[in-house]
Structures are given as structure tokens and as C-alpha cells.
Design a protein around this ligand. Structure first.
Ligand SMILES: Cc1cc2nc3c(=O)[nH]c(=O)nc-3n(C[C@H](O)[C@H](O)[C@H](O)COP(=O)(O)OP(=O)(O)OC[C@H]3O[C@@H](n4cnc5c(N)ncnc54)[C@H](O)[C@@H]3O)c2cc1C
Length: 301
């Protein structure tokens, strides 16, 4: 059987099955998706002469976690990949599927409820119970963005290669649209992600606050990338997930680090944007604590 071309796949205008770990959990019928497996344009990790990497969308999360070159060049990305989900999910789940997975809100995933995400006009979580809602106001939907790899890639200012559009910043895959977890139209294909030239001497860390040891999405997660020259921080990139409708950079924390503020004062600035509901108030301390944790891990010597 011949592998369909990207044009053929895109023309179907459907969802895609990559590793299937998210799609199958939503019980999407087979007539409503197209299979991406084996599509050659979407596979492999390529390295340019300048040392930068391009990661095909069908690369698995486990490959990212285990690839020695990725671990050396992009330690915050590899650490995030190694820390998410379970060995089975990492082995099957792909970079593309991770970036474009749907959120985990129990109301969205329960067909008995309608919400912004499936064409409705309300968020049942607001009147109901949600243990892990957003804590940074980002529109009427309370479901935090689920992708850990998106957070890590935003921390690297990575680009997404979208068929027909070329390279766009990974952060532009997302917005505060309460009806969508990403902004790709049906049939649009993420071909791969591009990373910048690795930074020599980068120190990096990933940490998640989680309700159980594994097999769960985090309550809050963060990556930090730091370069230290002498007694000064000369590069700071801090990204967080689990707190808003999109993964976020924290420019206020980064600026404080570059200005030489103590780590705890810089981390505390992460709370400034929070406007939690009573259900989410506990996450503010988790956010500042998680940010402080990644900063201390980067700078513990
Ligand atoms: C117990 C458990 C714990 C988990 N914990 C975490 C966690 O902590 N952090 C985290 O980030 N994830 C977590 N996950 C989610 C998991 O990482 C994702 O399900 C997985 O990465 C999705 O990849 P996939 O290839 O299986 O996607 P699929 O299920 O195949 O696809 C998912 C979606 O992506 C779209 N898609 C896939 N590839 C492309 C492409 N190339 N172009 C356009 N659209 C595409 C599909 O249309 C579909 O809508 C967890 C999952 C489980 C089961």
C-alpha cells in the first residue's frame, strides 16, 4: 500500500492519528481521522551544520527523552520529555500529537456535558468542581493547556513547521480561544519543530508538581534555562505549564534574574499574574514554588 502524500492527507480535512494515545482516549471513530504513520516527511531528527536540530512530528516523546544529542543540546526539552506521562505513553506518543493533544477537562471529555470546547457557550467547570483549573486568567474556559513539550519548546523559542505556512513560533500554535486547544485548522499538518542553535554552557531544569507519582498531568510544571558568566546570569528563559489556557514564558521572572534579583524574589513574581478562583488558590504557591525549584536546580552550585 502506498503512503498518502501530505497533500492527500491535508485534503481530507480531518483529525490525525499519530501515536493515537490522545485520539483513542476520545474514542474518535476511524472515519473521522487520517493515519499519519509512516509519512516520511514527518520522521527523524536532523542536525544542521550550525548545530541546530529539526525534529519530525512523528518522533516519539521517548526518542526525545533518550537521544544523547538532544539531551546535550536541549536539556530542558529532553528533561521534560523524560518526565511526562508513563513509559508506555512516551513510547507511543509523538511530538506532533503532544503539541496538538486536547485538554483533559473532565467536563469536556464527558459527552453528557457541552462546553466552549465542543461548540457550546458555557464552561460547566465554572459552576461545578475542577481540581486543576487555570490560575492565570485566560478566557472563559478553565482547562489548563495539556502539553508539556509545548512549554519546553516555548522556553527555547522553537518554531513549528506547518504544511503550507512554513515556520511559525511554537507559541503561535496557541491562543486564548475557549473553543480550541490549538489554532491549526482541521487538515493542517504539523511537519516538525525547529530548535535554535544550542547555547554553550546552558544549565537547565524541569520540575512538575503532580497529584501522584506518574501517569497524570501536572498541576504546575516549569522549565528554566540559565547561563551564568562569573556571578551574573546572562541568559534566563523560564516557561510554565498547567496554569493557563496556553503554555507561558514568564518575562517578569526572566528580567528579575538578569537584573541580579535573588532567586526567591524572582520566582515570587510568577504570582503577580494569578487571579485564582477559590478552587485554584492552592496553585499560586505551587507555581512560585515550582519556578523556584527549577531555578535552584539550575544554580545549585
Ligand atoms: C496517563 C497519561 C499521562 C499523560 N501525561 C502527560 C503529561 O504530563 N504531559 C503531556 O504533555 N502529555 C501527557 N500525556 C499525553 C500524551 O503525551 C499525549 O497523549 C501524546 O503525546 C499524544 O501523542 P500521539 O502521537 O499519541 O497523538 P494522537 O492521539 O495521535 O493525536 C493527538 C492530536 O494531535 C493531532 N496531531 C497529531 N499529530 C499531528 C500532526 N503531525 N499534525 C497535525 N495534527 C496532529 C491529532 O489530530 C489529534 O487531534 C499523558 C497521557 C496519558 C495517557
Amino acid at each position: 500500500m502506498t503512503t498518502p502524500s501530505l497533500d492527500d492527507l491535508a485534503a481530507l480535512g480531518r483529525e490525525f492519528r499519530a501515536g493515537g494515545t490522545d485520539l483513542m482516549s476520545r474514542t474518535v471513530p476511524s472515519r473521522e481521522y487520517a493515519d499519519l504513520s509512516g509519512t516520511p516527511e514527518l520522521t527523524g531528527i536532523e542536525w544542521s551544520a550550525d548545530g541546530s536540530a529539526r525534529i519530525g512530528a512523528l518522533t516519539t516523546v521517548a526518542e526525545i527523552a533518550e537521544d544523547a544529542l538532544i539531551r546535550a543540546a536541549y536539556p530542558a526539552l529532553a528533561g521534560t520529555a523524560a518526565g511526562l506521562a508513563t513509559p508506555q505513553v512516551r513510547a507511543a506518543g509523538t511530538v506532533g500529537g503532544n503539541l496538538l493533544q486536547r485538554n483533559r477537562c473532565a467536563y469536556f471529555r464527558n459527552p453528557a456535558f457541552s462546553c466552549h470546547q465542543d461548540g457550546g457557550d458555557s464552561c460547566p467547570a465554572r459552576a461545578g468542581t475542577m481540581l486543576n483549573p487555570t490560575v492565570i486568567e485566560s478566557g472563559p474556559c478553565l482547562a489548563p493547556h495539556p502539553s508539556s513539550l509545548a512549554m519546553a519548546l516555548i522556553g527555547y523559542d522553537a518554531t513549528a513547521e506547518v504544511r503550507g505556512r512554513g515556520a511559525v513560533p511554537v507559541r503561535d500554535l496557541y491562543g486564548d480561544d475557549p473553543g480550541a486547544d490549538h489554532l491549526l485548522a482541521p487538515g493542517e499538518i504539523l511537519v516538525g519543530v525547529g530548535l535554535p542553535v544550542p547555547v554553550p554552557g546552558e544549565r537547565a531544569a524541569y520540575h512538575r508538581a503532580i497529584g501522584r507519582a506518574e501517569a497524570e498531568w501536572p498541576l504546575v510544571e516549569a522549565t528554566a534555562r540559565v547561563v551564568v558568566e562569573g556571578d551574573r546570569i546572562t541568559l534566563a528563559a523560564v516557561a510554565v505549564g498547567g496554569v493557563a489556557r496556553t503554555p507561558l514564558r514568564l518575562p517578569e521572572v526572566e528580567a528579575a534574574l538578569l537584573a541580579g534579583e535573588p532567586l526567591d524574589r524572582a520566582a515570587a513574581l510568577a504570582a503577580d499574574r494569578c487571579s485564582p478562583s477559590p478552587d485554584a488558590a492552592y496553585k499560586v504557591a505551587l507555581l512560585t514554588g515550582t519556578v523556584l525549584e527549577v531555578l535552584e536546580r539550575c544554580l545549585d552550585d
